[in-house]
Design a protein around this ligand. Structure first.
Ligand code: SF4
Length: 312
């Protein structure tokens, strides 16, 4: 996971733990929709992701973690929802076309990719979720889940609550090329990056595009490096950059160096926790097993109700 995930989702999930009974899962079947030609990476990433979650503060004692493919009921519910979901609902999904372009290097003109939001509906409704924490771009998918829940309830009987969107504030941190931070763009800073990798990536970061020379005044409000400072540097540093950058009293090289140092410092506790977990993979696997067992029991109950409602 990268800093975009950390500030766009994980830290928000961490806060939600105190307020809600949370379920977080590894969407490995979803990953197959775009990675079907190279599935090895999916299994390899599973434990990495769990370790990231725990390292940033998601607590397996409070929240439940599970692996989607370990709960086969998701596939059955997906199939039933596929029968009742009108095709135009999927084709008009605004993120579908966007993702086709974004993932243009992969062939995702598949049945599974189009039906991705139907599987998401199964993931959400299986646990009768009241809320789904998503970024703005994923909100249309939740809307589709709501429509599927309503359609199911209308066709058969009231089984599913209609879940709400718990909108996650979008991360201000962009990738090093100033586009949205994304692994597929190759512009991300990962939680697992070494100090040297962080230094190298920060050195390449695009700053205020209007500032070509050190003598030119800069504008921190449009500079991605400054957004990182606002999160990772102390108030004094942030204030001094805010006043020195527009009058060209500080250069971008120095500013980046200061930011990289604050960022490395800020990621230290996460890395330390990761190291501790990597040394105890037995514990990580046990956490997953416990979560799978708890989730499977709920999924079984829901599917009993679903089969009964559908009368099949
Ligand atoms: S001095 Fe810092 S805030 Fe100003 S443009 Fe350069 S990197 Fe951005």
């Amino acid at each position: 996971m990268h800093l975009g995930h950390l500030h766009g989702a994980l830290l928000n999930w961490k806060n939600l733990q105190d307020e809600y009974q949370c379920y977080y899962f590894i969407a490995d079947w979803h990953a197959l929709t775009s990675e079907y030609a190279h599935p090895d990476i999916i299994r390899e990433s599973t434990y990495d992701i769990i370790i990231d979650w725990i390292s940033v503060g998601l607590d397996p004692e409070i929240s439940t973690f599970f692996i989607q493919s370990e709960i086969k009921e998701h596939a059955e519910l997906h199939l039933i929802f596929s029968m009742i979901t009108p095709l135009p609902w999927l084709e008009r999904n605004p993120t579908y076309k966007e993702q086709l372009t974004e993932l243009s290097q992969k062939n995702v003109y598949t049945y599974g990719f189009l039906g991705y939001p139907v599987l998401q509906a199964a993931d959400i409704l299986m646990y009768k979720a009241n809320g789904v924490p998503v970024g703005e771009d994923q909100a249309p998918h939740v809307e589709l889940t709501r429509e599927i829940a309503r359609r199911f309830n209308h066709l058969y009987r009231e089984v599913f609550p209609v879940p709400n969107v718990l909108l996650t504030p979008t991360s201000k941190l962009l990738g090093i090329d100033r586009r949205k931070m994304s692994k597929s763009y190759g512009n991300a800073i990962f939680l697992t990056d070494t100090d040297e990798e962080i230094d190298a990536k920060v050195a390449q970061m695009i700053t205020d595009p209007q500032r070509a020379r050190k003598a030119d005044p800069g504008d921190p409000t449009i500079c991605n490096v400054f957004s990182f400072h606002e999160i990772y540097s102390n108030d004094e540093t942030v204030e001094s950059i805010r006043s020195e950058c527009p009058s060209a009293r500080i250069g971008c090289v120095d500013c980046k160096r200061m930011m990289a140092s604050a960022l490395k410092q800020g990621l230290k506790p996460i890395k330390a926790k990761r190291k501790e977990l990597e040394a105890d993979m037995g514990r990580v696997k046990e956490i997953m097993e416990q979560g799978n067992t708890k989730s499977r029991a709920i999924a079984r109950e829901t599917m009993e109700e679903v089969r009964d409602a559908v009368k099949i």
